[in-house]
Design a protein around this ligand. Structure first.
Ligand SMILES: Nc1ccc2ncsc2c1
Length: 243
């Protein structure tokens, strides 16, 4: 998978050189490229913003530098129609299901907006060449898209085959089955007078699996009842319903 990120703060994305994503880049599993939007300006001051039409506080990102940058990254990859992800508080909420879907794509481009956002005409113009997706991390506002891109690249990148050493570890995690994950414990078995649930020390794998599933359902009901509402009833066993 090729990933391009365009930002006026490319150094913000340095964290993508580290850990799992960094190793995937070294191993050639992720071809990740970060670009400075200012490199696509033509004036001496490398201007990327201007005042908003209609007035109001703040500045808006100018269209032309974005058009130059997006054209450059689209031309860099043969993939038919790259997905252009634009982090925005006004976007569709990013979910694990979306991460799985995007992990199948050949070419992802992330446009990190700043200030009050990007001139809307850029997203309209980009629709000719890209599958344009405004995406939100949740109902809160950051100062720009870079932090959201770090989160999304990690969430998507770890699902690309070969990135995570043991694919099994992707199976039982929050949201993989529509539920929150169960609690986990490790040595010592007694820590500051706190023990480990006896069932986990029993060696009875069937009972352990049953206990873990019950924990998932209880946690989800307590912390994210909205997820239970969304569950397809066929995803719940008779034992689940008895929990
Ligand atoms: N450009 C921009 C500004 C704020 C913000 N908050 C979450 S994603 C995002 C993107």
């Amino acid at each position: 998978m090729r990933i391009d990120v365009v930002s006026i703060f490319p150094e913000y994305l340095a964290a993508l050189d580290l850990s799992l994503i960094g190793k995937a880049r070294q191993d050639g599993l992720l071809d990740l490229n970060v670009h400075d939007l200012r490199d696509f300006t033509t004036d001496r001051h490398r201007t990327v913003d201007d005042t908003p039409y209609g007035g109001g506080a703040g500045m808006v990102m100018k269209a032309e530098p974005w058009a130059q940058a997006l054209t450059s990254v689209a031309d860099a990859e043969e993939a038919a129609r790259p997905v252009l992800i634009v982090p925005s508080p006004a976007g569709a909420v990013f979910t694990q299901a979306m991460a799985y879907e995007l992990a199948e794509e050949k070419h992802l481009v992330f446009a990190c907006g700043r200030y009050e956002g990007i001139d809307e005409r850029v997203l309209e113009w980009a629709g000719e060449r890209f599958d344009v997706r405004p995406v939100s991390l949740g109902d809160y506002v950051l100062n720009g898209g870079e932090v959201a891109v770090l989160a999304m690249v990690e969430a998507i990148g770890r699902l690309v085959p070969g990135v995570v050493g043991n694919p099994e570890s992707l199976v039982e995690e929050s949201h993989s089955d529509g539920l929150l994950e169960y609690p986990v414990y490790t040595k010592p078995s007694s820590w500051r007078d706190r023990g480990v649930p006896d069932i986990l020390l029993s060696g009875n794998h069937g009972k352990i699996a049953q206990w873990r599933r019950g924990q998932q359902l209880q946690r989800t009901a307590a912390r994210r009842p909205d997820l239970l509402e969304k569950l397809d009833p066929t995803q719940l066993t008779k034992a689940d319903k008895a929990t």
